[in-house]
Ligand binder design. Structure first.
Ligand code: TYM
Length: 394
């Protein structure tokens, strides 16, 4: 019984499908941009963003963040002194993997560069309502706490960041959520999200909840996330102005490849394809050694014909996030293609980077326990948020 997530792009035709719940096949991102109606980030827009940010970011330069909605208007607002705010989130269905934390690192970069407020929604409700996961509410709430520690470990500004769980904060959001919900009818969310007659009514209402934080301020919101979350922003943009708010802007990333190769996305529901933030050096090494590679079957053949970096997981991860230096990453690509660099050597380079990244992360996560209340209750922005009933303030 398909409860939700009936793919909105036709997999038979395209060979891939992207929904907020599932990614299958090898994604053709240019095609997806057309289907979703978003825009590719042009060189010109990138230059403008980098110059206003006062610095570059490797994920932008490499078009890992490759698509957007209204990013140009965000920059107009920033230049005109109106400012903007950031919003992103996490569905607490279990431990976080490396793919989940990367958008948070990019978000941190944006917050640092533009000194803006950031709202982080933890959807304990959504992951409970998604029946096929079989999680109790107690479980999604426990995972919320664990995931929030990972998110705090990224290093956001405690005075400008508010992290909230829906079930706790709903009293403040509810007036606005019902204003949103009254504007969105069933046939519309059915068309956008693929709901059907078996979908529980909690899931049908849920899009209103994910839309609300994009209306927390009366200025433009910018949402950094992978492109799978875009269907929500489409609905927000259709109704925001009629409620007196800005249409949200968004900046979309591609998916970090799973360990199994270029199909689908790294996903916690396929545990063996993911590296978790809690993994130790030994299991990182073991998993990366087993990862799909673009190399030839033997060293002789590899030296002769070279490898294919486009499908090589180790290279792709270095390119996606772990090697910030453009010259180094290009050298790796060249050496791999020429056969000079073997698949095992590429993997060793990645293992070292991932192990270092996780060591630092796990240390910061321990320190995050002390900071939990700052981000959720006691920080400047958090306090302000708990005092506001959204949708009743005007
Ligand atoms: P969730 O928990 O599925 O994903 C959290 C964030 O990680 C991104 N993501 C990935 N990015 C790169 N590579 C991957 N393999 C990968 N897998 C997931 C997601 O796009 C997301 O940015 N419903 C949401 C929670 C949410 C939210 C939001 C997310 C509520 N409000 C606002 C983004 C923005 C969810 O379940 O995300």
């Amino acid at each position: 019984m398909a409860l939700f997530g009936q793919p909105k792009n036709n997999k038979q035709e395209t060979g891939f499908s992207v929904t907020p719940w599932e990614v299958t096949g090898q994604v053709d991102y240019e095609r997806l941009v057309k289907e979703f109606g978003t825009e590719l980030i042009t060189d010109e827009l990138l230059q403008r963003l980098v110059s206003l940010a006062g610095g570059s970011n490797h994920m932008l330069r490499r078009r890992i963040f490759f698509s957007h909605r209204d990013l140009n208007h965000v920059l107009d607002d920033y230049e005109a002194g109106r400012g903007f705010f950031l919003y992103t989130g996490r569905g607490p269905s279990g431990p976080m993997h490396i793919g989940h934390i990367i958008p948070f690192h990019f978000t941190k970069w944006l917050q640092e560069r533009f000194s803006v407020n950031l709202y982080i929604q933890i959807t304990d409700d959504e992951k409970f309502l998604e029946e096929k996961r079989g999680l109790t509410l107690e479980e999604t709430r426990r995972w919320s706490y664990e995931n929030i520690l990972d998110i705090i470990a990224v290093g956001f500004d405690p005075d400008r960041t508010f992290i909230f769980q829906d079930v706790d904060f709903i009293g403040n959001m509810y007036p606005l959520a019902i204003r949103v919900a009254r504007k969105v009818n069933f046939s519309w969310v059915r068309a956008v999200f693929g709901f059907d007659h078996q979908t529980n009514i909690g899931m049908i209402f849920y899009p209103a909840i994910q839309i609300v934080p994009a209306l927390f301020e009366r200025r433009r919101c910018l949402i950094p996330a992978a492109i799978d979350q875009d269907p929500y922003w489409r609905v927000q943009r259709d109704i925001a102005e009629s409620l007196g708010y800005y249409k949200t802007a968004a900046i979309h990333s591609k998916f970090l490849m799973p360990l199994s190769g270029p199909e689908g996305k790294m996903s916690a529901s396929q545990r063996e394809t993911a590296i978790f933030l809690s993994d130790d050096a030994k299991s990182v090494r073991k998993k990366i050694w087993q990862a799909f590679s673009g190399g030839q079957p033997t060293v002789e053949l590899h030296r002769k014909y070279g490898g294919n970096p486009d499908v090589d997981v180790a290279y792709q991860w270095l390119y996606y996030f772990f090697e910030e230096d453009d010259r180094k990453v290009e050298q790796l690509r060249q050496d791999y293609m020429s056969g000079k660099l073997l698949s095992g050597e590429m993997k060793e380079i990645l293992i070292e980077k991932v192990v270092k990244f996780l060591e630092r992360h796990q240390e910061a996560r321990e320190e995050a326990r002390e900071k939990y209340h700052l981000f959720t209750r006691e920080g400047k922005l958090a306090q302000q948020m708990w005092e506001t009933k959204f949708g009743l303030e005007t």
